[in-house]
Structures are given as C-alpha cells and as structure tokens.
Design a protein around this ligand. Structure first.
Ligand code: COA
Length: 163
C-alpha cells in the first residue's frame, strides 16, 4: 500500500463508480452528491490548486483503491481534518485504512509540522472509529443527532490526535 498525491491522470471510471456503491457512501455526505468523470476531474484539479488541501490516492500494486485527504492545513492553529475512503470494497478488512491513516499522521507531524489532526465519524461507523482509536485518536466529544444518513439521525463522534 502506498499513498501519493492524486493527479488528474488518476481519475478513472472505476474511481467514479465507487460512489454508486451504497456501502461506500453510507456514512458520508457523498450519498447526497452526483458523481461523474468530469466532476471528479474538477474535484482533483481544485484540490491540487488549493493550498489548504492535500488529497492523496491510496494505491495497491499501482491500482487506485481509495483516497485520504487532509483539509484546512494552512491553519494558524496548526491542525487539519482527515477523512478517507476505500472505494474498492475488495480491499476492505485488510488493514489498509489503518495504514493509510498512520502514513498521514507521520506526514502531518514530520513534514507539515502540524500539532493536531481531527475527524468526525458517524456513531455507527464502527470500523472507521476503530481506525482512529487504533491510531491513537481520542474521543473529544459527541454531537447529538448531528448527521442525517440513511434516513436516520445519527450522533457524530469527534476524534482528535494531538502530537
Ligand atoms: C472505513 C474504511 C476506510 C475501513 O478501511 P479498512 O481498510 O477496511 O479498515 P481496516 O482493515 O484497516 O480495519 C480497521 C479496524 O476495523 C476492524 N474491522 C474491519 N472490518 C470489520 C468489520 N466488518 N467489523 C468489525 N470490525 C472490523 C479491523 O479488524 C481493524 O481493527 P484492528 O486494527 O483492531 O484489527 C472503509 O470501510 C471505507 O472506506 N468505508 C467507506 C467510507 C467511510 O466510511 N469512510 C470513513 C468516513 S469517517
């Protein structure tokens, strides 16, 4: 598994198809969006041009299987929000999500000299919560009924990792 900055050339039909999978979008605002090849190209282009964002692709044997993103990196508070997805479900449950978050933690600490990462997760997204907890993130708070996913209101668990 490796992570590297996502480029325009990485945008493929496979990448777009991740977002038609209900399991992949179940716990994110992506369930309310419409995805297309042009739309993803614009998204990647905007990320590449935004000083505040670092968008990485997650690759296995050179195959693009997911993304991990740092948002808000140019902050006087020296913190950024991390979010991630593995769009190709074949690769779920193999420790890749956990490793991708570990890589981004060391990059945020050593290269970006940030002080903190944070992430908000739907209460029922147990696997994602495990990824954060196993990477040392601490539960900082619970926002009651903060999310409306799959036709129900859900609490958002806010995690933080101070270096
Ligand atoms: C969440 C997601 C990134 C997980 O990635 P992954 O590579 O499958 O996760 P990992 O294999 O690293 O597993 C993480 C932990 O969850 C556990 N786990 C994996 N699948 C599980 C399952 N079905 N039930 C319970 N635990 C499970 C693993 O054992 C591991 O815990 P451990 O380190 O204590 O053994 C992936 O499922 C995904 O992209 N989902 C859709 C998008 C999403 O929800 N993103 C997060 C938004 S906050």
């Amino acid at each position: 598994m490796e992570i590297r900055t996502l480029k325009l050339d990485d945008v493929s039909e496979d990448y777009v198809s991740w977002f038609s999978d209900k399991d992949v979008i179940k716990y994110s605002d992506n369930q309310y969006k419409i995805f297309s090849l042009d739309g993803q190209r614009d998204y990647v282009k905007n990320c590449l041009n935004d000083k505040n964002i670092l968008l990485f692709g997650i690759f296995v044997d050179n195959k693009h299987i997911g993304n991990i993103i740092l948002n808000g990196i140019v902050s006087v508070h020296k913190r950024a929000e991390v979010s991630y997805l593995i769009g190709d479900k074949y690769y779920w449950g193999k420790g890749i999500g956990k490793s991708a978050v570990a890589r981004v933690i060391s990059l945020a600490k050593q290269d970006l000299k940030l002080n903190k990462l944070f992430a908000g997760v739907a209460k029922n997204n147990i696997v994602s919560r495990k990824i954060l907890e196993n990477n040392g993130f601490i539960l900082e708070g619970i926002r009651k009924n903060h999310l409306f996913y799959n036709n129900i209101f859900e609490d958002q668990y806010d995690y933080g990792l101070v270096f």
